[in-house]
Write a protein that binds this ligand. Structure first.
Ligand code: ADP
Ligand code: MG
Length: 315
């Protein structure tokens, strides 16, 4: 199958299946056209996933489709944006219809689940790589930035952490125990917090999605806001599975895709119960820079808020 055959047989149907009203022109022309409603800002971001670096070699293509879009949409969630449409630049070693078809199924499931339309793309030959540019909208001026955290704000996360890191031990197991399933789900089927992001618009002072681990990603908020934070070790929610994810996995493991947010205590008190109950308060923003972890049994540890995974540092 050639490039145009792949587009006609697989990607155009995917675009049709995921089409939404504001997409005036989908795949087939030189560009797509998306109408942005008046009073909205366009929010967009691009992510690349390379085989063997961002996902294992010979990874299940259907899971890859879900994961690629989920991870890209997670950045929209962190800005409080409503997903709108995306483009997909796909580099394939070969045009294997069954594998590309499975990839498209995974993308379709994710597209429908997050309400985001495929608007166009590009196909080239080479090592398996997916680049997705996702577009969303927020009411003018309401995008949630990393730079808004203020001393006294609470630090909260939207769900348990460390699951994807704990899953790494089971990825290659031919028969993982049933109890490993919640961990493996965290890795294979991340769920971007789109609804929560939208509900937290105008409420939280800063947000980031946790892709490189809590310490690194909260570190980005602290650096952008020029503040520090104190966390309570016992308050950090950890994913249950074969065993509970360790504190290390919760702090430094990547691929969680929960949100880490900061907000004044008064805002938390005003949130409706169904939203407030999803926020786990884990600490507080302070004036003095640095990231500190208070252990229940006394010692306070200084965490170096690393910069997360650096592709050129760890080769
Ligand atoms: P151009 O040469 O003008 O950049 P292409 O030949 O790359 O156009 O693509 C032709 C059309 O097919 C474009 O509208 C493009 O958006 C669409 N397309 C190409 N690859 C994909 C894909 N993987 N998914 C969706 N649409 C695609
Ligand atoms: Mg062209």
């Amino acid at each position: 199958m050639g490039e145009f055959e792949l587009i006609r047989r697989l990607f155009r149907p995917l675009a049709e299946a995921t089409r939404q009203d504001g997409l005036l022109l989908g795949p087939g022309d030189d560009c797509a056209i998306q109408r942005v409603p008046p009073g909205q800002d366009l929010v967009f971001s691009v992510d690349t996933l390379v085989e063997g670096i961002h996902f294992p070699l010979r990874y299940d293509p259907e899971l890859l489709g879900w994961r690629a879009l989920a991870v890209a949409v997670s950045d929209l969630a962190a800005m409080g944006a409503d997903p709108v449409c995306y483009t997909l630049a796909l580099t394939l070693p070969e045009a294997d219809e069954a594998r590309v078809g499975a990839l498209v199924s995974g993308l379709q499931e994710a597209s429908l689940s997050f309400g985001i339309a495929l608007a166009g793309g590009d196909i080239t030959r080479g090592p398996l790589t997916l680049t997705l540019q996702v577009h969303g909208t927020v009411p003018q001026g309401q995008g949630i930035l990393r730079s808004g955290a203020r001393p006294g704000d609470l630090v909260a996360v939207t769900g348990p952490l460390g699951g994807a890191a704990a899953a790494l031990d089971w990825l290659d197991a031919p028969y993982p125990p049933e109890s490993a399933k919640p961990l493996l789900d965290c890795y294979h089927h991340p769920i971007p917090q789109v609804d929560l992001g939208r509900q937290l618009r105008g409420v939280v002072s800063a947000a980031i999605d946790i892709s490189d681990g809590l310490a690194a990603d909260l570190g980005h908020i602290l650096a952008a806001s020029g503040v520090g934070a104190r966390l309570e070790a016992a308050a950090i929610p950890r994913q249950h599975g074969v065993a509970e994810a360790t504190l290390e996995q919760a702090l430094y493991g990547g691929d969680d895709y929960q949100l880490c947010v900061t907000l004044p205590a008064g805002e938390l008190a005003r949130l409706p119960w169904d939203v407030a109950s999803k926020l786990h308060v884990i600490g507080e923003i302070c004036r003095a820079e640095g990231l500190y972890l208070q252990h229940a049994d006394g010692p306070r540890e200084s965490l170096v808020p690393g910069t997360g995974y650096d592709h050129f540092k760890y080769q």
